[in-house]
Design a protein around this ligand. Structure first.
Ligand code: HAM
Length: 425
């Protein structure tokens, strides 16, 4: 036998039995976003590599190690998007959406990162991202956190996620903090884990994110980012907290929360759960006031976040949310002989046109009455619609209940209303 070709490691098929849950999730989230006045934008999944280098940052895990980058046939370097913010800024700017106007946008789709796959971490994964442009105040930061909190309410997940919040201030305060941090940790470099030693040279702020308990213990003594934050950023955070408090949104101020992408300033936040093991961040984002300008646009304040769809699906499954996502088949159509099948298919089309909410499945292929009925039963259908020789001759069709103990009934094939009424009962 020829060898089978397999999917790429870390990239998964989403099968029909799972897509119901995906559709439920996408439907719930997009409805919430629509109710806040956000419009959907769809960007290409391929961009020029330069875009991510200039936005996510040259010295980040994503750009250094995780991008799917290749030369196209014209030798241009392209990258499968590892995240959506950079593409969204590019698209909004390129299409004139940012000129003298504010924008509230969202997108949903696949992202690609060459990470070590494990539960909740994949090489192709899906994000739903939300971005707002042109608003500098803490009100829009609060709006976005309220949107995410509403997501959890709608999905029944509020008890399973916690909000962590921080301000990383302006570029200037981070630069001053970096100097102090490097000075402190540089004198204790042998006490740092290997990853942090590397980060000390390239991106010291990311050491705050270290998972090593020894490094975290060392950080207890280190200078604190909050002490370096400028007054404006501090006021911004305070006002944001005030709006969250007024809305009853709980959060933990975590002064060690920094993000793995370079474009953030002021507000950063993450929603985390302890129900998913190591990959516990289900949603993350923050303010990125400098990015539009950095990518060639006019200075434009911006804030956004993205959630990991796979992680949310895992969470919904973990807490065994009773979401009934499998469509119930109303009618399973059985026919014997070519003429009967033809009449049956005409009838089914008429029913579909008049009653688009009905789920009607046609038995295609051969099979005895017994065999077709067995298939109808196994499909979970509520009724079998039977067209035999006798029915065809008399312009009728038989409706056989499969889930209730009642007799089958015959209906004139042109009496669609009566057929539908019986099914609705
Ligand atoms: P991020 O923290 O890199 O931020 O990703 C956001 C979310 O995507 C994560 O919290 C996680 O749920 C999910 N995620 C990330 N990597 C993976 C993976 N390999 N497998 C499964 N899920 C994953 C961003 O991407 C920013 N663009 C968010 C943002 C939007 N900031 C401002 N606007």
């Amino acid at each position: 036998m020829a060898q089978r070709t397999k999917a790429i490691r870390g990239m998964h098929d989403i099968l029909p039995e799972q897509t119901g849950l995906w559709q439920y999730l996408e439907g719930t989230l997009s409805k919430v976003l629509c109710s806040y006045g956000y419009g959907e934008i769809r960007m290409p999944i391929l961009e020029v590599t330069e875009l991510f280098k200039r936005s996510v940052g040259e010295v980040t895990d994503i750009v250094e190690k995780e991008m799917y980058t290749f030369a196209d046939r014209n030798n241009e370097s392209l990258t499968l998007r590892p995240e959506g913010t950079a593409s969204c800024v590019r698209a909004a700017e390129e299409n004139g959406l940012l000129f003298n106007q504010i924008q509230r946008l969202w997108y949903c789709g696949p992202m690609f990162r060459y990470e070590r796959p494990q539960k909740g971490r994949y090489r192709q994964f899906h994000q739903l991202g939300v971005e707002a442009f042109g608003m500098a105040g803490p009100d829009i930061d609060a709006e976005q956190i309220l949107i995410s909190a509403r997501f959890w309410q709608e999905l029944g997940l509020s008890e399973h996620v916690k909000l962590q919040l921080n301000s990383i201030g302006t570029k200037e305060c981070r630069a001053r903090y970096n100097v102090a941090l490097v000075e402190f940790l540089g004198a204790r470099v042998d006490q740092l884990d290997a990853d942090s030693q590397e980060r000390l040279k390239k991106n010291p702020l990311r050491i705050l994110d270290s998972k090593s308990p020894e490094t975290q213990a060392l950080l207890d003594e280190a200078p604190v980012l909050a002490d370096f934050i400028d007054e404006e950023s501090r006021d911004h955070l305070e006002q944001l907290c005030g709006i969250l408090d007024a809305n009853g949104v709980q959060y933990e101020l975590n002064t060690r929360l920094v993000r793995g992408l370079d474009y953030y300033s002021k507000t950063v936040f993450e929603w985390v759960t302890d129900a998913l093991g190591a990959q516990g961040t289900v949603c993350a984002g923050g303010r990125y006031d400098g990015l539009v300008e950095q990518l060639g646009g006019k200075p434009t304040p911006a804030v956004g976040f993205a959630l990991g769809m796979e992680r949310l699906i895992l969470l919904l499954e973990n807490i065994s949310m009773p979401v009934n996502t499998k469509p119930v088949i109303d009618l399973y159509c059985i026919a014997f002989g070519y003429e009967e099948k033809k009449a049956q298919m005409v009838l089914a089309e008429k029913l579909r046109k008049l009653y688009p909410d009905l789920v009607i499945v046609m038995h295609c292929g051969e099979g005895s009455f017994k065999n077709q009925l067995k298939k109808a039963d196994k499909s979970g259908a509520r009724f079998a619609l039977v067209m035999g020789e006798d029915e065809l001759a008399n312009n009728v069709v038989a409706l056989k209940p499969l889930r209730e103990r009642s007799e089958q009934e015959r209906f004139a094939t042109n009496d669609l209303v009566a057929i539908a009424a019986r099914i609705a009962n």
